[in-house]
Design a protein around this ligand. Structure first.
Ligand code: M6R
Length: 614
């Protein structure tokens, strides 16, 4: 969940790497922002400098005048605290006793306490509470015994247990950065006269588009003109693994928008258009996944947070279009499904980053029982798609804001195409129906744009009404239920207002007890069917008669239902297009609430974009 980066360059080609190091680290800030730090070999000096502190990157850079320094090989870290509270002493990189080795780490070293005890007994002095510091001292220990740098590094890796992406520099080898990966993500950026390592792709985009995804269990080193990767003692071939990333630099920048979250909400029409066209031209991916699903007798879908909510939308369409039951479960709860899955089952694993540890563990547990795995991800070559039997990629472009926005709708689009293709493979729909539905989905982007356009003013006014509230309910029926869950997650995570979602019918079974004068209840009108409208009408009246402030965001067909204090129209989408029209106004509401309350929606407190610890 922390972000790590390392750059090593030939000074004759690139000069000082510090500006790039700062820039690359800032592009990783969404991964954690409790503290930040830099360690680098100073230009022309036989010295390793470590500058680190509590706080966000900009303030650390300013306080320690990092921008005024010159370095040739360096590593940097932005922290999401696990072991030890955020403070200067716990900020990475961590050094050895002599200040000649520096290490930055993302993950958790489980056996750090015993290693620390052992090293302390040998005379090593620890200066932080972190699990990471043992790595620097272990490396120091083996170097002092006369081992070469790489042998010492390999020895360290063999001793630590847990999850990690590590970068390590050593004054004795001033042009080299050691790296290792176990679970936590790591990529190599291949350059000319330089090479780089990072937790993710967007941070390296200004430097290079040529990337290699470091695989689980791999380790090695980079130098300005050399990349060396090993797995279990054997050299790994990496040249054939270089991928050319098509994401533009602008796609990973705010481009005039005040926040990434706002930019990414507004980008949804384009992201949907690109995902739609991309998947049609890679129809074989979807068809292969559909044939895996069609031959399964049990279908599971899993993910965390927003990706799980996309899974619930999938379950809805699988039931209504494909007429097949799907078992959704939250990825971190995979243990509860221990006896299930197997050769006749399929698991659909959804993860925009492709690296969420809970989803990965669920995938591995099911795969170990012979279950076929289909995955949906936004990041090419990331671990979850790589470990799947069939991967389907969304084309949302990089998502930097911690809150998932455009990746949610593009996941839904991919999953809906998958439901349609499965329905066709099974004969539930004929080729004409399939074609009609696929043609309809082409309008997803248009409906997202329309949802934003028709609602934006009303959402602004609604923000003024809701910003002083401490709680709200978000209720829906049918397809509206997962959209309500997602809306409540968005409101909570960026505005810190407590929002709770329920199926509207379920609200009578307990939640209604909280309703008092002016308690806000947002209803989602997803389906234009008479039955849904009538039932939701009943739920609105139940809330209204107890004094609730009732709001409905949805299809025009809901306009005019009684008992509403506020109505936000999103136009008239069919049920297939409803998520694209309804979700953006709800995301905008969460965003505007956050901004009006002075929160930073891109970096909500306590959160990190990719959760790589269980
Ligand atoms: O990368 P993933 O899709 O696997 O991430 C899953 C969740 O961590 C993620 O959706 C999280 O809930 C977001 N912050 C929601 O906005």
């Amino acid at each position: 969940m922390c972000g790590i980066v390392g750059i090593t360059a030939d000074p004759l080609i690139t000069g000082n790497i510090i500006p790039q190091l700062i820039d690359s680290l800032k592009r990783l800030e969404y991964r954690g922002y409790d503290s930040a730090g830099f360690a680098f070999i100073e230009c022309g000096a036989d010295k390793l400098l470590v500058l680190k502190d509590k706080g966000k990157i900009d303030s650390v850079v300013k306080r320690h005048r990092v921008g005024s320094k010159c370095g040739t090989t360096g590593i940097a870290h932005t922290r999401w605290a696990t072991h030890g509270p955020p403070s200067q002493r716990n900020a990475h990189p961590h050094a050895d006793c002599r200040g000649e080795i520096a290490v930055a780490h993302n993950g958790i070293i489980k056996n750090f306490a015993e290693l620390r005890e052992l090293l302390t007994a040998k005379g090593h002095r620890f200066t932080s509470d972190t699990d990471t510091e043992v790595i620097a001292h272990l490396f120091e220990e083996y170097i002092s015994k006369g081992m070469s740098g790489f042998d010492a590094f390999k020895k360290v890796i063999s001793l630590i247990e847990g999850t990690y992406a590590i970068v390590l520099i050593h004054l004795g080898e001033p042009t080299r950065i050691y790296f290792a990966r176990h679970v936590s993500p790591l990529i190599i950026g291949v350059g000319e006269g330089f090479n780089a390592v990072s937790s993710d792709i967007p941070s390296l985009l200004p430097l290079t588009r040529r990337i290699i995804v470091v695989r689980d269990g791999e380790y090695g080193y980079i130098e300005p003109y050399r990349i060396h990767i090993e797995y279990e003692g054997a050299k790994a071939e990496w040249r054939s693994r270089i991928r050319l990333v098509t994401w533009s630099i602008e796609s990973a920048e705010k481009g005039g928008y005040p926040h990434f979250m706002f930019k990414e909400i507004m980008e949804q029409p384009r992201a949907l258009y690109e995902t739609y066209n991309g998947l049609l031209s890679a129809a074989a991916e979807v068809d292969k996944a559909a044939s895996i699903i069609s031959s399964a007798d049990h279908i599971f879908v899993t993910g965390a947070g927003t990706s799980y909510h996309a899974g619930l939308v999938f379950a809805y369409y699988m039931s209504t279009i494909t007429r097949l039951p799907v078992i959704p479960f939250i990825a971190s709860e995979y243990k509860a499904y221990e006896g299930l899955g197997g050769r006749r089952a399929v698991l659909i694993a959804i993860s925009q980053s492709g690296e969420t540890i809970d989803t990965l563990q669920a995938l591995r547990a099911f795969k170990a029982r012979g279950t076929r795995i289909v995955s949906i991800s936004n990041v090419i070559d990331s671990t979850i798609p790589r470990e799947s039997h069939q991967a389907i990629y969304t084309r949302a472009g990089p998502e930097i804001g911690v809150a998932a926005t455009k990746t949610f709708l593009t996941q839904i689009l991919a999953l809906t195409l998958l439901s349609i293709s499965t329905a066709f493979t099974l004969g539930t729909i004929d080729s004409r129906e399939k074609e009609d539905m696929i043609n309809e989905l082409e309008k997803a982007g248009k409906y997202a744009a329309k949802g934003i356009e028709t609602s934006i003013r009303r959402i602004e006014t609604l923000t003024d009404v809701l910003k002083n509230k401490t709680n709200m309910y978000i209720l829906g029926r049918g397809l509206g239920v997962p959209l309500a869950y997602e809306a409540a997650l968005k409101v909570k995570e960026v505005s810190y207002i407590h929002a709770e979602a329920y199926p509207a019918g379920e609200s009578k079974h307990g939640p209604i007890a909280l309703i008092e004068e002016d308690y806000p209840v947002i209803f989602i009108g997803a389906s234009p069917s008479k039955e849904y409208i009538e039932k939701l009408q009943g739920n609105v009246m139940e809330m209204k008669s107890r004094g609730a402030f009732t709001i409905l965001i949805g299809h025009d067909a809901y306009n005019g239902i009684k008992g509403l204090d506020y109505f936000v129209s999103v136009g008239n989408p069919s049920e297939l297009l409803a998520p694209y029209a309804i979700t953006p106004p709800l995301q905008l509401l969460a965003y505007k609430l956050a901004v009006s309350l002075g929160r930073d929606p891109d970096k909500p407190r306590n959160l990190a974009k990719t959760v790589t610890v269980e």
